[in-house]
Design a protein. Sequence first.
Length: 298
Amino acid sequence: MLVFRNQTSYNRFWDGRNGMNTIYTCIRNLVRTIVTNGYSTAGPPTAAEKEDIERTIRILMSIPFAVKNHLRAEWGAAWALGNDVAENGVAAFNPDYASLLPAGLVGHEDEGLGLPFQLTFFVDGFIKRGVERGWFNAPGASQMQAQLNSLMDAYGKMETIKLTPIPVAHLIHQKQVLALFGCVLPFGMVDDMGWWTVPMVSLVIFTLYGIEGIGSQLEDPFGYDRNDIKMDAIVGDAKTEIDVVLAEWRRLMASLESATDNGDQHLGNGLVVEEEVKEPKFMPPDMFLKHRARPSGR
């Protein structure tokens, strides 16, 4: 029974960690696709289109925060005032999280609609707009929606772990068996061990109840305990990584605006085409490269 209990609890812990990794991977893939395909060959994105891209990336960044809060039943933490605190005295307002949510968002968590699910509507709407703008072809948009579906599938599995505890009948019977075993064990050892029975029985019972306690610790892996999944660290790392990508994309867009003001037409990898070329296709340079003049003689 203890082996079953511990194995089940560890599977819940491991599945929860894998679910968080799946969400993070899907968000990475979506962000990469958006920043590398968010333009058409007719020219760079307009100011409104760039704002739409950045808004969608911020929403994707907010989804891990929303998942974490949903699994911890921290409802509405993004809309709390700056001086509000939770029941445990921890500040309920998270400015990093609140700044990622779309302006004017109205939550419906009190009506049973989870915020992570609600945020995916914005991302799906952006994919549709991208297709209409000519940014994504049909197979590419289908792949993006598949990533979004995988994200929601992982979120659903984590929600199942949170909302489905170990059956109470199993927990009660396990405690009864451990207590009965602890009461009977001394009578089976006293003839052979004498007074050594007391420390030996204490050691055995301590070990068995310790194993049972490990299972209880891992049953809900999304909290704040030291043995729980490091949700805050994972979410923080995800935001930091995507912040770097977003900052690089902003620098790239700023350089394209500067080049457009100078009358240049940019092709892939920063090459420039002369004015006499007819109908050049717009292709921005790759990200994460230091663009500079090529030295002479090379």
